[in-house]
Design a protein around this ligand. Structure first.
Ligand code: TPP
Length: 210
């Protein structure tokens, strides 16, 4: 137990020092989530990052991890929101979000729905897994680097849009994000593509230091 606590404290110490990144964004989001929610998590780094932090104890958490597809995460979240009594928070990566953006093209969007898109400009998971990163072939066929923003998708479907690209900015946006509104809201968080993997992999290393 003492050893576990030691590693945990090392991890917490590391989190205090890191720059804005996927890891930092997830820490801030998980700290800001309301208590009673229906939480939907997309594949693949979303679910991996979320399990590094405490989630609200009274929330119900869903992720289609078994088949690990990125193709229906938004549809599942929007469908789930319609039948669930608690407000839905859906966290997703950019590729997963754009892949299934037509899920938002329906007349049953609940105003209490909140969507958080972690836009790291591609499949961030492929930077975390071992492989030859930063080659043209890898960027194109594995990471699928892209420069889109969710803003236009929000405009198409009359969804409130806001964005953040720093720790302070994100904390500020999260303060108001879960307040009741008459339309669903989306928060797009831009993170540094080439830094995210280094920060996460270092986190695991830092916790293991004896
Ligand atoms: C339908 C389908 N196609 C391809 C994959 C392979 N795949 C797994 S994760 C992933 C990238 C996800 O990227 P993004 O949604 O941006 O999330 P991030 O990893 O950056 O958090 C891909 C393409 C998949 N799981 N399902």
């Amino acid at each position: 137990m003492a050893q576990y606590n030691n590693h945990r404290l090392q991890g917490l110490d590391y989190l205090k020092k890191i720059p804005f990144s996927d890891l930092k964004a997830f820490e801030l989001i998980c700290n800001a989530l309301p208590d009673k929610i229906h939480l939907q998590l997309a594949n693949s780094s979303t679910i991996r990052y979320s399990q590094l932090f405490s989630l609200p104890k009274q929330s119900e958490v869903y992720c289609n991890r078994g088949t690990s597809g990125i193709d229906g995460s938004t549809s599942t979240a929007i469908g789930g929101a319609w039948v669930h009594s608690l407000p839905t928070v859906f966290i997703t990566g950019d590729l997963s979000f754009f892949y299934d953006a037509n899920a938002l093209w329906n007349a049953y969007l609940k105003p209490s729905t909140r969507i958080i898109v972690i836009n790291n400009h591609g499949g961030g998971i492929f930077r975390i897994l071992p492989g030859e990163k930063d080659t043209p072939a890898y960027d194109t066929y594995f990471e699928t680097v892209q420069q889109r923003s969710a803003k236009q998708v929000c405009r198409d479907h009359d969804i409130g849009y806001r964005k953040a690209s720093s720790s302070l900015g994100l904390q500020w946006k999260l303060k108001r994000f879960f307040k009741p509104s008459d339309r669903p809201q989306l928060l797009e968080i831009f993170t540094p593509r080439k830094l995210n993997d280094k920060i996460l992999l270092n986190y695991f290393k830092m916790m293991q230091v004896e």
